[in-house]
Design a protein around this ligand. Structure first.
Ligand SMILES: C[S@@+](CC[C@H](N)C(=O)[O-])C[C@H]1O[C@@H](n2cnc3c(N)ncnc32)[C@H](O)[C@@H]1O
Length: 702
């Protein structure tokens, strides 16, 4: 029943500047092939090293490669770690794939802007991981950051710099005992030194990579690439023809080593297509082969492999999905303080550390001799087992004490209970979820964590604000495809089709308009909506946000207040979104070591009399809710979009739940009108059999 954590990964990397991408040092080594005897199964991937030292190793390796065997760019390396796919290979693939489309077709994916090597990653966080957790002094919640730094000082204290590196100041510091008084000073020094070191290392890596690239251009015979073991292959690489691919499929698919090599070769060719391509072969043939190999190697259906490859044009995302994300917990400040919780868990044999500077609630669990989901502290509601990414939308929404808040899709309540704590159990949170079965775990969490300001209810989110409205803030953590959480739920790799994305996007568009309409523009303290998903696709994120901006001219995007994350796309594969969409934030497993996530924050203002513009395309777009379409929605209605004629009813919506009877009558009336219109257009109207929502309030108080 409990969850036993054995997670040795670095903590979620949070201190990345908005436009930046991971540098080489972020990437670990992965065992790619060693255990894999059966060519039909893909290799088990393991993180070999996450102790924060890969930067040096990467640099050493580059030096070694440069000095010695330039041909050793493949599955094994020369330092005895046979079978470990080299960090740089993955990185190189990425570097190369980033440029794959530079001179490519018109529908070039807009991926990342900025230079990989410019990423300002705070490797310092990794240094936490080396110190024993028991040394942590969670002195006071107000001084979390200081404590964090002190731990760095402490763990670094035992790890004195080499003579050549240490400045006299640092030598002094190394001897100086850490006290409350000098902790901040020491910590600042250590940080400055670490930043300097990181900068130097990054520069060194850059220089070495550039030199290596040059050497490769000059010396490497492109017709004599290495095989999976890094040796020169007897045969030059040949891109299979369509007939050969068919033949390969018919004979049970290629050997995993061959797939690995082919992926590497395709990336290499695509990065310098005119120089390296086989005569008569097109770029798209290489791209197709690469996507097919990614699909078979990582176990995706080809549709999703292509969709995700278009988004990232790199394989790191796929790699990161093979590794579990860090186990993290959120302190429930309604019951305890983080330092007390940390101490209690440490006493039980749990090894943990603060997640990062951006949250003073989170702890990352590395190892535990007790099931982390069944400790007395867990049962007493001192914490919630919660992915770090799940903190983000609540931080962005920032609910205030005494406000009236709607959590439109809330089960199992990770974010609801976080909001209740931020609101100090004041005001009211309506925690809604369309799936009544899921409200059981929501209710259980609400009780366990001691939230007294939560009303659990179960409506289709699209029934708001007719059910109730006038909220100060609304969180819509929307149902989504889960492409950001593939490491947790690998079934996503094979069970998502194009139709799923189309239907999900429709549902999300419906929900977001209802979320916006549920907010009171007159709220004195708020007037905000946060939209979030655990998906990385543009259809479910920027396209939904942009749609809301077009359909609701009374809302605008505002900054999320999150210090990290990649900017949302303003252009993607021929689509252009509002420039303000760059204020949204994306989070990636391979960049931030947290689940893939998306967060957008809107400010809702008063409605003007002017009608929103509707393009021809939108007018023609019928919103059909398919009976078969579940997508995590088990109890949905099919009311479709709130149309312009809904406005009088929306504007008349009372903030009192008691008015829901009137609005329900209205809804039924509207549904009938809509059914008639759909029939007139030759469309199949949804079934009538939905029970009235007024019966759906769920008891929370025992
Ligand atoms: C991403 S999960 C929410 C997770 C939750 N916010 C948390 O932090 O624990 C999405 C939820 O949306 C619910 N859902 C799906 N369709 C819905 C709809 N039409 N209206 C309201 N909720 C819906 C699902 O049952 C699911 O629990």
């Amino acid at each position: 029943m409990g969850r036993r954590s054995k997670n040795k990964q670095p903590p979620p990397e949070a201190l990345v500047s908005n436009d930046s991408l991971p540098s080489k040092k972020q990437l670990g080594k992965r065992k790619a092939t060693a255990e894999d005897e059966d060519s039909s199964t893909r290799p088990i991937k393991k993180v070999k090293d996450a102790d924060g030292k890969h930067k040096e190793r990467a640099a050493q390796k580059l030096v070694a490669k440069k000095k010695g065997n330039k041909k050793n760019k493949g599955g094994s390396d020369t330092d005895g770690s046979e079978g470990w796919e080299d960090v740089e290979d993955v990185d190189e693939l990425k570097g190369q794939t980033r440029s794959l489309f530079n001179d490519s077709d018109a529908d070039e994916p807009q991926v990342f802007e900025g230079d990989l090597d410019d990423a300002d990653l705070d490797e310092e966080d990794d240094d936490f991981l080396r110190g024993p957790a028991q040394e942590f002094d969670f002195d006071s919640d107000e001084e979390e950051d200081e404590n964090t730094h002190s731990q760095k000082s402490k763990s670094k204290g035992g790890d004195a710099p080499s003579d050549s590196e240490a400045t006299s100041d640092e030598e002094d510091d190394a001897d100086e005992p850490v006290t409350m008084a000098n902790m901040a000073k020491l910590s600042r020094k250590l940080e400055a030194r670490a930043a300097e070191e990181a900068e130097l290392a990054a520069e060194e890596l850059k220089a070495l990579a550039a030199a290596e690239d040059e050497d490769e251009d000059e010396e490497m015979d492109v017709d004599a690439p290495e095989d999976a073991n890094g040796d020169i292959a007897a045969e030059p690489f040949h891109l299979p023809t369509a007939a050969e691919r068919e033949q390969e499929k018919a004979s049970g698919g290629p050997d995993v080593h061959l797939v690995q090599r082919r992926m590497r070769e395709c990336v290499r060719v695509l990065s310098k297509f005119s120089k390296r391509a086989e005569k008569g072969r097109s770029r798209s043939e290489y791209v197709d082969q690469l996507i097919a190999d990614i699909a078979s190697y990582y176990g995706y259906n080809e549709f999703l492999a292509e969709k995700l490859f278009q988004l990232f044009a790199a394989i790191e995302f796929f790699e990161a999905n093979e590794v579990p994300r860090p186990v993290t917990i959120r302190t429930n400040t309604l019951r305890t303080r983080r330092r007390d919780l940390a101490q209690a868990l440490i006493n039980r044999g749990v090894t943990l550390e603060p997640i990062g500077k951006w949250t003073n609630l989170g702890l990352q669990v590395f190892e535990s001799s007790v099931p982390i989901g069944a400790t007395p502290e867990y049962l007493a509601g001192h914490y919630m087992l919660q992915a770090a990414s799940s903190f983000l939308p609540v931080i962005a929404l920032s609910p205030q004490p005494n406000e009236r808040v709607l959590d439109m899709a809330s089960a199992p309540g990770g974010k609801t209970t976080h909001m209740a704590a931020l609101m100090q159990n004041t005001g009211v949170i309506f925690a809604n979820d369309a799936n009544k079965a899921r409200t059981k775990s929501l209710t259980a969490n609400v009780h366990r964590l001691g939230c007294k300001n939560v009303v659990v209810c179960s409506y289709d989110g699209r029934e708001f604000p007719k059910v109730m409205g006038g909220f100060d803030r609304v969180l819509l953590d929307a149902p989504c495809s889960g492409t950001g959480v593939i490491s947790k739920d690998p079934s996503v790799k094979i069970n998502k089709s194009e139709r799923d994305f189309t239907l999900l996007s429709h549902l999300q568009k419906q929900l977001i308009l209802c979320a916006i309409d549920s907010v009171s523009p007159e709220s004195k303290t708020g007037g905000y909506v946060v939209y979030s998903t655990c998906s990385v696709t543009v259809d479910e994120n920027e396209a939904v946000v942009d749609y809301a901006l077009r359909k609701r001219p009374n809302v605008k995007l505002v900054e999320t207040g999150l210090e990290f994350g990649v900017k949302g796309f303003t252009q993607y594969r021929g689509k252009t979104f509002s420039p303000s969409v760059s204020m949204t934030r994306r989070f990636y497993p391979h960049v931030h070591n947290m689940d893939g996530f998306f967060v957008a924050k809107f400010k809702v203002e008063k409605r003007s009399k002017t009608r929103p513009t509707q393009s021809k395309e939108e007018e023609a777009e019928p919103i059909l809710v398919d009976d078969d379409f579940k997508a995590g929605v088990q109890e949905t209605s099919s009311t479709g979009f709130i149309e312009d004629e809904d406005q009088p009813y929306l504007e008349g919506t009372s903030t009192s739940p008691a008015s829901s009877f009137d609005t329900e009558l209205t809804r039924l009336y509207m549904t009938e009108a809509k059914r008639r219109r759909m029939k007139a257009k030759g469309l199949r109207p949804p079934p009538r059999s939905k029970p009235p929502p007024t019966s759906k309030m769920v008891e929370t108080e025992s």
